[in-house]
Design a protein around this ligand. Structure first.
Ligand code: SF4
Length: 391
């Protein structure tokens, strides 16, 4: 499984609830690669690339502080795995320009009339490379980035079609189907269709489930099916599937979604005083001019934060107190401040330890990158070999 972030500033509660909480779970369920995509960050920060180094350190400290464990997941730096650059170049030769021109980010940049650089159009291909080089079966993304995984899938399919050996698989499959009894032959054909339509990963799962069904298959069928699955499993580039994570959208201090672009964030390392100050000065339901004016939580930006960070009892207390003017806004905000600070405190403590030991953070990045590089090299060797570029 692969996921990643651009090092471009402090992570905030929106990142924690929208992305990192899923990573914490996945790191124990999958073989995870978490990429610090510094080359992606360079595209937008080419005028001040020196800032990226600090952002990298901070990003990894944030990851580690929330509980991403380098013993369970590989934390790596994109630019320390130069194989990404070579694969990017090789894939660029087989990627039609029209596939990149239809990417939403490129279209937006065009419409905004920004002065475009080559990286604006090639950046989705670099993202594709990040995925394919680790033969990632699953890529976790929020819904707006699903399109990048779809592109990776199309490019992998095209590469496999151009340089792979699917035709051999097909031939073998035809022969195998001919030797099977009718019932199994039908299952086999479904499996083959699944390989073609849904991609490698899902079909493999389906095939393995079929193999486990002892009653359906004879020994001979099982051997033939195993051979077929292994053959397809050896596709040159794995076609990734998307794991769209339920993006918990956290509301920012102004009622809009929490985002650095809106300057409405509570960062993961925000001090308790700063959290208090930010929440206390948040706007509330404008109809609550006096303490005796009743309000409506649904018209108040503080309410969604309560929904995310307060328990049911507190939420009930807020609803009752707000609509009957039984509580004031500062009183209402107090448990919210306490809850957010309680959640951030262990993160702050762990972050401080890593801040005091920058060498340790560097070692984690270097070790993760070395491990990632081993996998990347293997893929690149297969790609070079398939393309006949072994001189
Ligand atoms: Fe918002 Fe709470 Fe004030 Fe109601 S009492 S307006 S929910 S801050």
């Amino acid at each position: 499984m692969l996921s990643g972030m651009r090092p471009s500033g402090a992570l905030h509660l929106g990142h924690f609830h929208g992305v990192l909480k899923n990573w914490l779970k996945f790191q124990h369920e999958y073989d995870c690669f978490f990429c610090v995509a510094d080359w992606q960050a360079l595209g937008r920060n080419f005028q001040a690339p020196k800032n990226i180094a600090q952002h990298i350190q901070n990003l990894v400290i944030d990851w580690l502080s929330v509980g991403i464990d380098p013993a369970s997941a590989k934390i790596f730096l994109q630019s320390r795995v130069p194989e990404h650059a070579e694969l990017h170049l090789l894939l660029s030769t087989i990627t039609p320009l029209t596939w990149l021109e239809r990417m939403p980010a490129f279209k937006e940049a065009q419409e905004a009339n920004e002065s475009l650089s080559l990286s604006d159009i090639s950046s989705p291909l670099l993202k594709t490379t990040d995925i394919l080089i680790y033969q990632a079966g699953l890529v976790t993304v929020s819904d707006e980035h699903e399109v990048h995984v779809e592109l990776a899938r199309e490019i992998a399919r095209r590469f496999n079609h151009l340089y792979g050996r699917e035709s051999d698989f097909e031939k073998k499959s035809e022969q195998a189907i001919g030797k099977m009894n009718k019932k199994v032959s039908k299952l086999y054909q479904n499996l083959r269709r699944s390989f073609q339509e849904q991609g490698n990963q899902e079909a493999l799962l389906m095939g393995r489930a079929l193999l486990e069904d002892q009653q359906v298959l004879t020994m001979g069928d099982r051997d033939r099916l195993t051979g077929y699955l292994e053959g397809n499993g050896r596709q040159l580039l794995a076609e990734p599937q998307t794991l769209v994570t339920k993006a918990a959208r956290i509301t920012g201090l102004d009622g809009r979604v929490m985002s650095r672009n809106y300057n409405n964030i509570i960062s993961l390392r925000e001090t308790s005083d700063s959290v208090e100050q930010k929440i206390r000065t948040m706007p509330t339901d404008s109809r609550r001019v006096r303490l005796t004016d009743p309000g409506d939580p649904l018209r108040c930006p503080v309410w969604p934060l309560h929904e995310n960070f307060s328990d049911q009892k507190t939420c009930d207390w807020v609803t009752e107190g707000c609509t009957t003017a039984g509580i004031g806004c500062l009183e209402c905000k107090k448990p919210l401040i306490d809850n957010i600070n309680a959640q951030l405190e262990p993160i702050r403590v762990r972050a401080k330890e890593y801040e005091e030991h920058p060498g340790l953070v560097k070692d984690i990045i270097y070790q993760g990158s070395d491990d990632a590089r081993d996998v990347a090299r293997e893929t690149l060797d297969r790609v070079r070999d398939a393309m006949g570029m072994v001189y």
